[in-house]
Design a protein around this ligand. Structure first.
Ligand code: OSB
Ligand code: MG
Length: 368
């Protein structure tokens, strides 16, 4: 497949509410939409790098640079038959997984549209819908937190993830646990602790959490191993898993018992699938993480989460948990039973609302 043009859109979209984590608070989420043209077809990919280097070192600014100066010009000069092909050609760009993942997704969409095949079928997923949960940011105080959890439960979410940070952890989680004794509950620290401060989290071990996500530093598999030895609650790694190799090493080291898979973090959907395959073989549960995606990234996450090893609910919420209006015509809704339907059309199975796209575009670049 030869790609004749890629149009880049740097988007800044208002979130319905601030999303606060241990690394910062966002009211407006940024990303880069990639629009590729090939043989009369148009395909889309979302690069999930946000405006600030809080979750990872990548930002919409660095991804713009890597995409426009390296990855896209190279892609336009060659013939690509598969996402694997793309990965091989992209190895000379060190790091920058979110930039790569956005472009790889655009290729998946184009190939799917060319072949008349949905992304779910292309990757071998199954089912009509996937189980999902909601990720709740750090709230002003405990009563606001309880209100927020209650609201999402009323909407139909059956699994809740609470963001935590030092000073806003054990008491917050205990209050939610006491108010909702049977709720599927988990927490995410986004690397806010070290081996010393993490001792304050020991009481969480008695709160029947599904998992504790990424308590320690991103580059610290070994200390996660030390920690997992002292916790019966499974530790889940997010930021620490940047590749299939990291996933294998983390499991060999027993640094975690669960892995959160985000295509953006690991350099592409193909890499996320490879991590899934490894974990499935080893009986390690995985689930699909989220990056506050637009409908484009959300469609891909839904297809990914329909692979058999995704045995835990994903951070894939309905459109109205994030945005008043989205750049896709498709609006994702929560079904009774806390699931969301997987798009069935060719490729990602979404179409773009050009009016909304234009409204939130802060810069645009056409590369031929
Ligand atoms: O750590 O999982 C995370 C959002 C942005 C960056 C990192 C994370 C998150 C979330 C939100 O938890 C998940 C979602 O998209 O709903
Ligand atoms: Mg996380």
């Amino acid at each position: 497949m030869r790609i004749s043009q890629v149009t880049m859109y740097h988007l800044r979209m208002p979130l319905l509410g601030a999303f606060k984590t241990s690394f910062g608070s966002t009211l407006e989420r940024e990303c880069i939409l990639l629009e590729g043209f090939s043989e009369g077809l148009v395909g889309y990919g979302e690069c999930v790098a946000d405006w600030d280097p809080g979750y990872s070192y990548e930002t919409s600014g660095t991804a713009w640079h890597i995409l426009s100066d390296f990855l896209i010009p190279e892609m336009l000069s060659i013939n690509l038959e598969s996402p694997q092909d793309f990965q091989e050609r992209a190895t000379h760009v060190r790091g920058h997984p979110m930039a790569k993942a956005g472009l790889e997704l655009m290729l998946w969409d184009l190939i799917g549209k060319r072949d008349g095949c949905s992304l779910q079928d292309m990757i071998g997923g199954a089912g009509e819908s996937v189980q999902v949960g909601v990720s709740i940011g750090i709230q002003e105080d405990i009563s606001k937190l309880l209100e927020s959890v209650e609201g999402y439960l009323e909407n139909g979410y059956r699994r809740v993830k609470l963001k935590i940070m030092p000073g806003r952890d054990v008491k917050d989680v205990l209050s939610v646990r006491q108010a909702f004794p049977d709720l599927m509950l988990q927490v995410d620290a986004n690397s806010a602790y070290d081996l010393d401060s993490v001792k304050s989290l020991i009481p969480l071990d008695g709160m029947e959490l599904l998992m504790i996500e990424q308590p320690l530093a991103e580059d610290d598999l070994w200390d996660h191993r030390q920690l997992q030895k002292n916790f019966s609650t499974p530790i889940c790694l997010d930021e620490s898993i940047g590749s299939v190799r990291h996933a294998r090493q983390a499991l060999e080291m027993e640094a975690c018992k669960v892995i959160n898979i985000k295509p953006g973090r690991v350099g592409g959907l193909s890499q996320g699938i490879a991590i899934h395959d490894l974990c499935y073989q080893l009986n390690i549960p995985v689930w699909c993480g989220g990056m506050l995606e637009t409908g484009v990234g959300r469609a891909a996450n839904l297809a990914l989460a329909s692979l058999p090893g995704f045995s835990l609910p994903g951070d894939i919420s309905a459109t109205d948990r994030y945005y008043a209006e989205d750049i896709t015509q498709e609006i994702f809704e929560l079904n009774p039973g806390s699931s969301i339907d997987i798009p069935k059309g060719p490729g990602l199975g979404i179409s773009i609302n050009t009016q909304v796209l234009e409204k939130y575009t802060v810069r645009k670049k056409i590369i031929t």
